[in-house]
Write a protein that binds this ligand. Structure first.
Ligand SMILES: [Zn+2]
Length: 80
């Protein structure tokens, strides 16, 4: 079954209610996305829900740190 690798969130069962009040069982699917994450020296694919994906992407930031450092340098040069 599809589950988030971080929080374990998965599909849940609920009911949809029609205008006439009829209840039908339905599945609320979790919004999972695949992301490469470091595990030791290698990268592995894992599935995360969108909420956890934001945390994972924020944690894997070496490229962004370089980018912001470059941006700060460019700003400093621009202002003399
Ligand atoms: Zn999650």
């Amino acid at each position: 079954m599809a589950k988030c690798a971080n929080c374990g969130k998965g599909n849940i069962v609920g009911r949809s209610v029609t205008f006439s009040g009829k209840h039908n069982r339905r599945v609320f699917r979790v919004n999972l996305h695949t992301q490469w994450v470091p595990k030791g020296n290698i990268l592995v694919k894992k599935q995360f829900c969108t909420k956890c994906l934001r945390l994972v992407k924020a944690a894997n930031v070496p490229k962004q740190e370089v980018r912001t450092a470059d941006a700060n340098l460019a700003v400093a040069q621009w202002h003399g």
